[in-house]
Design a protein around this ligand. Sequence first.
Ligand code: SF4
Length: 190
Amino acid sequence: MKGFTLIDNVWVENKIFSTYFSCDYDKCKGACCWAGDAKDYDGGTLLAEEAQEILLRKTALSPFTSEDLRSIAENSPVYTRNGGIYTKLHSDGRCVYMNGKGCALKDACAAGKLSFDIPVYCQLYPLWVSEHSDGNMKLFLADSFEEFCRPAFEKGLRDKTTLLQFCRIPLIRFFGEPFYQTLFNMVTQE
Ligand code: SF4
């Protein structure tokens, strides 16, 4: 596949090896968690086990959420569409767990109320994972990267932080340490 390299069973977009990235929350204000009109976007993608834990603990998570999003958090913080599971969005496009400082799930985890800090798909962003039609997986930069993450790209370039360094934890969470090490070694060979 053009522009991709097959590593184990994952097609990896070549751009990933040369991209700089370091989140600059002060500048972007969590743009990837507030995508715009809720009609056009889904919320944060959840693994089934993450969704299950959120639903089980929604009352305990509620104090970490913004007041104006709390009724969604307490009633229906999760929904499914076309086989995917997502966090609910406010009609203005904010994820139910945006709390003005970052992610309410991260705060809840720090307080011992949740076993994971943020959903793995959210933590991977701007990387995205999907299934390829040939049965392999595909790891690539999200289409919205340019739109939402310009400040992160500039900060990464200034700090000399590569995308693979910044996304080390979620990549290991999702694919495991050996796969991450293979990716990382490919950068150092360039
Ligand atoms: S769950 Fe947290 S990280 Fe994911 S979209 Fe919502 S606020 Fe952002």
